[in-house]
Design a protein. Sequence first.
Length: 261
Amino acid sequence: MFFTSFLEQVGAGSSVVEIGSDWMQGRAGYGGLVAALVFESMRKSLSTSAPVRCLQISFVGPVTSEPLVVDSEVLREGKSVSHVVGRGMQNGECKVVIQGSFGAARDSVIRVDGPKPHIEKVPDSCKKLAYIEGVTPAFTQHFDYRYATNFPFSGSSDARLQGYLRFAEPEPEMGSGQLIGLVDGWPPTTLPMLAKPAMASSLSWTIEFMQPAPSLGAEEFILYEAEIIESANGYGHTRALVWNESEELLAISQQTVTHFA
């Protein structure tokens, strides 16, 4: 099923969505899809069209293949800025909670353009990650990965992760929800430094969106550059920048990841 097809099932009120086995990552549903579903509920709960500025996401527990109840609550809807909380629930337990800030544009004398990417390779010269059933997570079959740096579990000494990513099949729509799905498609930045497979997951995730949002075509790659800011005691703190192919900054992503190695 297309990523967009899941988002279309979510309305402004409480919605129920089932995530198929092809969108799982091990025992849990793909976090980028889960977060995007909750975001859609949050976005549709607002009476204004103010664009999303920031999402603070906490993955409380793994989302299983059982029905996921998605809903949201508008904390405050102001003239310029609104705050919304969204949740994903299963069997009465919270699995994901998101606090989001939406803000309309204001006139300002301050203008600082975002940085440009430093990826030296083009997609065709990068290493393409193949989907191997039973080896790579099921959800990765829906993405086209091009690694400019090393694959996960390669024992790399590089604290960076760079590459390109797009949906394997063009989506009928490309908006902020689809961008959430693409950004979280990348593995934790710490994984290439491990020499053998180990469990890892996102504990918290903050993603900030550039507005007005630069365009992102259905067959277009996002450019992704991430670095490990610090890692110790099984937790890593990472930061990533995301661009479209025109090298326009789309988003800033920061995560606290856990790894069991």
